[in-house]
Write a protein that binds this ligand. Structure first.
Ligand code: FPP
Length: 248
């Protein structure tokens, strides 16, 4: 399914050469969106899931190569069980319907995070969808699920320490490249642009290593209200920035 969209490609054409390769998204504000309408938080998450699908399809249309979305953090288990269950249910549904809803878009889906704590159903569904879309050559959608940046770095440290003890790695060879290669995002370029909605200006344990030089874009818009227009605003803001990576 492709989006027709109210926002034509023509508007982007002038600057298409400088598109971010990788956009990371913290889709915040689902709960507030629902509260303001006197509805249960689960309704906000459902709307958020729909918006995510549209945003991903639109990113694919305009030529973004990678999108990584923070769907469920290692800290989100602290929420009431009913909310955790509803989020997990929506994520399952998103994966189950991906075939149909993203069909024709050539999108590859990957799920990153500590997947062992997830339900048996999700642990079966995740490899199914990853396998199904493995040979797709379009946009790569990384869904961060039970993901935490610190725990990801600790996991990489454990892998490297084990390799060193068992003689596969020499201590002097431990460098940034090696650490990157042991993260869930191995092989994926670092995000160029990080978008966070709903007015919060925090990284909240998301892609801590990978966002070292990402450009941040924040908006007060709640995720379920996030539109293609907002996405284009973020991209245009990114395109105007001078990235120095510590240089001058
Ligand atoms: C933050 O809003 C959002 C989340 C913790 C979950 C993000 C989930 C989705 C966008 C939908 C499901 C995802 C997929 C991959 C289908 P919040 O609940 O913290 O909102 P609040 O700050 O207003 O309470």
């Amino acid at each position: 399914m492709l989006l027709s969209g109210r926002f034509s490609m023509r508007k982007l054409k002038t600057n298409k050469g400088n598109l971010p390769l990788h956009i990371a998204i913290i889709p915040d504000g689902n709960g507030r969106w629902a509260n303001r309408r006197g509805m249960p938080r689960s309704v906000g998450h459902r709307e958020g899931s729909r918006v995510l699908r549209d945003v991903v399809l639109y990113c694919s249309e305009i030529g973004i190569k990678y999108v990584t979305v923070y769907a469920f953090s290692t800290e989100n288990w602290k929420r009431p069980k009913s909310e955790v269950d509803s989020l997990m249910g929506l994520i399952y549904e998103f994966l189950e319907k991906a075939e149909e809803e993203l069909s024709g878009s050539n999108i590859r889906i990957r799920v990153i995070g500590d997947l062992q704590a997830l339900s048996g159903e999700l642990q079966k569904e995740i490899p199914r969808v990853m396998e199904l879309t493995r040979s797709n050559t379009g946009l790569v959608l990384n869904i961060a699920l039970n993901y935490g940046g610190r725990s990801e770095i600790a996991r990489a440290a454990r892998i490297i320490a084990k390799d060193a003890i068992e003689g596969r790695t020499v201590i002097d060879d431990i460098n940034e490249e090696l650490i990157s290669s042991k993260l869930y995002t191995s092989g994926i370029p670092d995000p160029d642009l990080l978008i966070r909605t709903a007015g919060e200006k925090r990284i909240s344990n998301f892609l801590l290593w990978q966002c070292a030089y990402s450009e941040m874009w924040y908006t007060d818009v709640l995720w379920p209200d996030f539109s293609k227009k907002d996405l284009l605003k973020a991209i245009r803001s990114y395109q105007k920035r001078k990235r120095k990576f510590g240089g001058i």
